[in-house]
Unconditional design. Structure first.
Length: 175
């Protein structure tokens, strides 16, 4: 089966959830799934669940961020950028390994937007991926060049969100 490229983008909630759902469906059909996360902060519910699924559904969360990027000073931003570059290099190597049927780059668009990873590097990964690898990219503000290259693009739009009413993220629902 030829692997395709998916993008989940937009300002609405559910991009990572959609990617995890796709990954879980693939895993249920015997496929091996790797999710590589970018610019994530805490141990999320999906990470805890994947640890229970075994080695055929793996999440690499990278270095957890202690702050949002807009709260970081220059040195902290440089450290975060170095960590994201390391994550991307790991993802690139794994994409070429043929060990996985599905590769999810969660919040890669945020790393692009923060200029920690270039859209050109992501395009290079897309172009050079093994033909059978299914590739899923998530995050707000996907660059047009990646949207044009993808086979599936879902733009998830916020209509309402409880954060706007002062309700913080809830364990098990948003994290």
């Amino acid at each position: 089966m030829r692997g395709l490229v998916h993008i989940y983008t937009g300002d609405g909630k559910g991009k990572t959830s959609a990617a995890v759902g796709l990954g879980l469906r693939a895993w249920g059909r015997g496929m091996k799934v790797l999710m590589v996360q970018f610019l994530k902060g805490s141990q999320s519910g999906e990470l805890i669940a994947a640890q229970k699924l075994g080695e055929t559904f793996k999440i690499n969360p990278g270095t957890a961020l202690k702050k949002f990027t807009w709260e970081m000073n220059k040195a902290e931003l440089q450290e975060a950028a170095a960590a994201q570059k390391k994550q991307f290099e790991y993802a690139r190597k794994e994409s070429e390994s043929r060990n996985w049927d599905v590769l999810i780059l969660d919040e890669i668009m945020a790393a692009i937007q923060q200029k920690m990873i270039s859209a050109d590097k992501v395009m290079e990964l897309i172009v050079n991926k093994p033909e059978e690898l299914e590739l899923v990219l998530t995050g707000r503000n996907a660059p047009d060049v990646l949207i044009d290259k993808a086979d599936y693009v879902s733009r998830i739009m916020e209509v309402k969100h409880p954060f706007n009413k002062g309700i913080q993220s809830r364990t098990g629902i948003e994290e």
